[in-house]
Design a protein around this ligand. Structure first.
Ligand SMILES: N[C@@H](CCC(=O)N[C@@H](CS)C(=O)NCC(=O)O)C(=O)O
Length: 255
């Protein structure tokens, strides 16, 4: 089996897929796209992924898109070290959690990410170039236009942080109900993998304080960082703070 992963080092969706590939010891060729330079919007890439986003998996020529779909696909074609529970009820619960995660923390984390990390690059663009770039995005046009070149407002930032907070609380409850240490009990599932990058991102943005009063989430975070697949997934250059030197000053100014 030959796997080629089109992805970006700092992309949270890509990190989910890298984690599963690494955990399953599946070797893969990594094609790194520069998202700020628009590699994901080039015609050849759009033929693979018409959404114009990463990640995209090429498995022996079969093209699979969307990170949660890719992680489920990998668990199907390489069932050893499974991340999917046996029972249909537990599988359904895992998928429901993954939907919740995509709708809540994974979506909300884009607001602080763009405001704190990417905005300075967009501010350097002319208005025409910014609008053209936003309009070329099949999936994120409206998101980009609502951010604009001045960034999301304080009210929008607060709403995103409140959504993230509700997700941490939900995690704490799920871990409590399942007996932990993972969301669904003793074994890590794809739901844990799906939510991991949002917490790593918030930690990288200096906002881990938001879940320090939720002890089960604190332990969950320590546990996932201790997984053997974590380090190869977050290889040097995978954190925003490594790529954007201005972030440290922005975070310090917020503290
Ligand atoms: N639902 C998609 C979302 C993918 C996505 O939003 N990818 C981001 C990086 S995490 C991206 O490629 N953004 C590029 C852009 O906004 O132009 C998935 O999970 O794969």
């Amino acid at each position: 089996m030959a796997f080629k992963l089109y992805n970006a080092p700092q992309s949270t969706c890509s990190q989910r897929v890298r984690f599963v590939l690494n955990a399953k010891h599946l070797t893969f060729e990594e094609v790194k796209l520069n998202l700020l330079e628009g590699d994901q919007l080039k015609p050849d890439y759009l033929k693979l992924n018409p959404n114009g986003v990463v990640p995209t998996l090429d498995h022996d020529g079969a093209i699979i898109i969307d990170s949660t779909v890719i992680t489920e696909y990998l668990d199907e074609v390489s069932p050893a070290d499974s991340f999917t529970p046996e029972s249909p009820v537990a599988r359904a619960h895992m998928r429901a959690l993954m939907h919740f995660i995509d709708e809540m923390p994974a979506a909300a984390v884009r607001v602080p990410t763009f405001n704190l990390a990417f905005l300075p690059s967009f501010q350097k663009m002319s208005r025409e170039a910014f609008v053209a770039m936003a309009e070329s995005k099949p999936l994120r046009r409206e998101f980009m236009m609502s951010m604009g070149q001045t960034g999301f407002s304080k009210a929008e930032m607060d709403a995103a942080l409140a959504r993230l907070r509700r997700a941490y609380e939900r995690m704490n409850t799920e871990i409590e109900n399942s007996g932990g240490p993972w969301l669904q009990g003793k074994t890590m599932t794809l739901a844990d993998v799906a939510v991991m990058p949002a917490l790593v991102r918030m930690d990288d943005l200096g906002m881990a304080a938001q879940w320090q009063d939720l002890p089960r989430v604190v332990t969950w975070f320590e546990n996932i960082r201790a997984q053997p697949a974590f380090k190869p997934t977050y290889y040097p250059g995978s954190l925003l703070s490594e790529r954007f030197p201005h972030l440290k000053e922005t975070i310090a100014a917020r503290a």
